[in-house]
Design a binder for this molecule. Sequence first.
Ligand SMILES: [Zn+2]
Length: 306
Amino acid sequence: MKKTIAISTVVLGVAAAAVILSSQTSVFDDLLGQSDHKAQVSENSSNPAAPEKSDSTNTANSTAGKGNDTAAQTDTKEVTAASATMSSSQAAFQNYLHENSPALTVMKNAEGKDIVTNENSNLVLVNKKRELDSTYIPKDLVVAKVTFSFSGTSPKQQLRAIAAEALEKLFAGAKKDGIELAAVSGYRSYVSQKSIFDNYARENGEEEANTFSAHPGQSEHQTGLAMDVSSASVHYDLDESFGESKEGKWLAEHAADYGFIIRYQKGKENLTGYTYEPWHIRYVGVAVAQQIKKDNETLEQFLAKY
Ligand SMILES: [Zn+2]
């Protein structure tokens, strides 16, 4: 990963200033590396617009080298340097996270419900406070080519294309390690979720049902990015025993490497609104999944930071 050193204000000679403003990142890095000035990591280096700005002011020649250090120390003209050397890919990633921040991706509908506005994003956050519109159906659903716990065909074999491909790789990776996973339930339409929830509510009462099943619109399965996974060793059950099985342990360890998170973690019930579900994995992309796993966060906690 590129180094993200930034200097907010640097005292530089006129010649050196021209180099800085014009510089390719590598030249800037060289200059910093050869300078006696201590590089300061700046809080405002997270401004993603900065690198583009400095790139666009590429007017002077960039052949001037370390000799300018002397000028920098003798000439006291103050220059507020472009405050960033964050690579453009990092900036784009930060921007992507910001665009998906919970505060920016919700809108009240006519009934006063909070409906998510980034329903097609891999980072869409759906929970008991943020719903998918009842009409939302992903446009790129495909059948995941993995082992299922049941035979025949069903809509629940589907995921969005990117998640299906990632799941296929995950299952292949598991197999390589001698682990046999089985997919149990993926995409679920609003209508189908409504029927499931209504059944549970009839049997258990709505409040109880709400702790383990989702109201229609509040299920991640409607995003096409979530799959319930189990194994023959626990009779394909979706319960905590899967988390204790060798397959469940493998999944918890490796899911992030394929872009999935265990969405409902033990001890995070107050943040996710759901009890521990070692079987429910959610696609978010590899970079985000690995970060969430490393920091032991929920998707709610992760996205709220941006
Ligand atoms: Zn699930």
